[in-house]
Design a binder for this molecule. Sequence first.
Ligand SMILES: [Zn+2]
Length: 257
Amino acid sequence: MSNTALNAALRASSFKKHKTINKFSKTQCWSAFHPTERNVRILVDTGIKASGNQTTQAKVKAVFINNANQWRNIVPEQACKPADITKAISDVQTKAAKVPVCKFCYSKKFVAKSGKTVCASACWTNRNNGGNNNMKKSTKWHRKVPKVTKMPKPAKATKPSSTPTYALIQIKPGDMVQLAKYDSSCNITYIHKGFLGTVSKVESQIKLGDNIDVFWMKKDYETVPTWAMPYSNRIDRSGDRYCYHVISRDDVEIKNK
Ligand SMILES: [Zn+2]
């Protein structure tokens, strides 16, 4: 397979070429979000050097991107011939989908340097440090909105990704956002004034809505646990999780799903 054909195959599978050459391998890498698993990115090292030298071996792996923007390897790198790249990508995608998630925050688990399999978002840190505060916050929240009190249990039993009760809020790069909670009619019931940021990147993901990167100018780490932070433009209509709320535009569309 020629380098051009390899690049075309990656582009056809919605992969994006990394702007900079990998400083360790000196080769061109591409990546794309997993079609169904949230915050999982598939990484392809084409093995093509900056000089364009012929590829001998490509490598594919999967990472989970946690809320601190750290990439955690969840499927180890597997090498393949450039001609077999599409098959290798689909193998890694299948493996990534099977990687178990943390029961507290639904982040994927990975093998840490200690050899232990742990939550990729290290959510136990939040639970240990601010566990009591978070508990108090959420009880108070449920008390304010009586309808929600019956909702949380079934919501916890099923993965959020399989729950159809959501909406998509239109978010554009440069939008000023805050964290908010919505009711079942997508009306805002709460705005977290301690969080204020600018959207730095919007990346569409066909099945799950858009992945949103936010540069937080004001961020109160104490009050929102990692697992409750939003990662896309989805609005959770159960009001269980935080979602984004755009404050810089009046023409924001919310599409029901
Ligand atoms: Zn976790």
